[in-house]
Design a protein around this ligand. Structure first.
Ligand code: CIZ
Length: 300
């Protein structure tokens, strides 16, 4: 493995590349990354880096977001099959039909979506700023795509009518209330931190609900010493690194995303050697998707 890491370091220099890894990536991938973060943090970094090449260790919509915000850079996705079933639960034609049904509604689109769907939306949101984004809009009705659990979480904090798209993240959906209760009984002192993509009964019973960045921040700042984590297992690596002495337990053994685990060190080396697969969002879509992301950044 040391040889592979050395090879990647050399290829990075040769290509003037940076490696950006999502919080859900395998530990070894996180360890060689220039930045580990959520999808928004990764694309913001992509936009400001001097590097010419960005290796996005994550899933396809994240590489698209980097391409939207950094169109002059080459964005590589080490495994072209690293998709996101949630993002794939809606396509642009379906969204256009839904918009016709609700002409007075604003379309708020979770960043876990394709560039085409973003381009067809009024504004994007992340799981950290979804409530703020929805509240910022003058519209009474909000077409919220594609995650129904995040939509239902947002609906708790607003009087607006939220019309959810029925998509969901299969990994977070696997977590049940029974598992949460069992985990609480096993670790009664622990705080339960879950992602808003979990089922409503799970988010209602948790001590804290937030994005990966918000969970990391909560754990860093909390005086508690034990935490039960209800999001993809890859985040445990950073939680343990950043909080020596604190204990972290995974809420459910089902919290593993197979798509996130497709990225390996050898695929990273390979993509830097071959300079493919490249993810490039067509300019007409990029410009409109950029506007939806820009509006979110202005609000949040
Ligand atoms: O947008 C992201 O990065 C995802 C998929 C999760 C999160 O909460 O950070």
């Amino acid at each position: 493995m040391q040889e592979l890491v050395k090879e990647i370091e050399e290829l990075k220099k040769e290509r003037q590349a940076v490696i950006l890894a999502h919080n859900y990536q395998q530990d070894v991938v996180q360890d060689i990354a220039d930045l580990v973060g959520d999808s928004l943090e990764l694309s913001r970094y992509a936009a400001k880096t001097e590097a010419k090449v960005i290796v996005l260790a994550g899933v396809r919509f994240m590489a698209e977001s980097a391409s939207i915000l950094a169109p002059d850079k080459t964005v590589l996705l080490p495994d072209i099959f690293a998709g996101c079933p949630l993002a794939e639960s809606i396509d642009v034609q379906e969204l256009k039909r839904e918009k016709e049904k609700y002409p007075d509604a604003a379309v708020v689109c979770y960043v876990n979506s394709s560039a085409e769907v973003k381009a067809e939306s009024d504004i994007c949101c992340t799981s950290s700023n979804a409530v703020k984004v929805v509240q910022s809009l003058p519209h009474r009705r909000i077409l919220f795509v594609p995650d129904r659990n995040l939509a239902s979480y947002v609906a708790r904090f607003t009087d607006k009518e939220i019309i959810p798209w029925p998509g969901l993240c299969v990994t977070h959906y696997r977590v049940t209330l029974e598992e949460l209760e069992e985990a609480r009984a096993a670790h009664p002192q622990a705080k339960i931190l879950v992602h808003p993509e979990c089922r409503p009964e799970v988010t209602e019973a948790a001590d804290f609900v937030g994005s990966t960045s918000a969970i990391l921040k909560y754990a860093r700042e909390s005086d508690a010493q034990e935490f039960i984590i209800g999001t993809e297992m890859g985040i445990l690596h950073r939680l343990e690194q950043e909080n020596p002495g604190k204990k972290f337990y995974l809420l459910s053994p089902g919290l593993i995303c197979p798509n996130m685990k497709l990225t390996t060190l050898s695929k990273i080396a390979q993509c830097l050697k071959e300079m493919r697969p490249v993810i490039k969002v067509p300019e007409d879509i990029r410009v409109r998707a950029y506007q939806a992301l820009e509006r979110m950044l202005e609000v949040a």
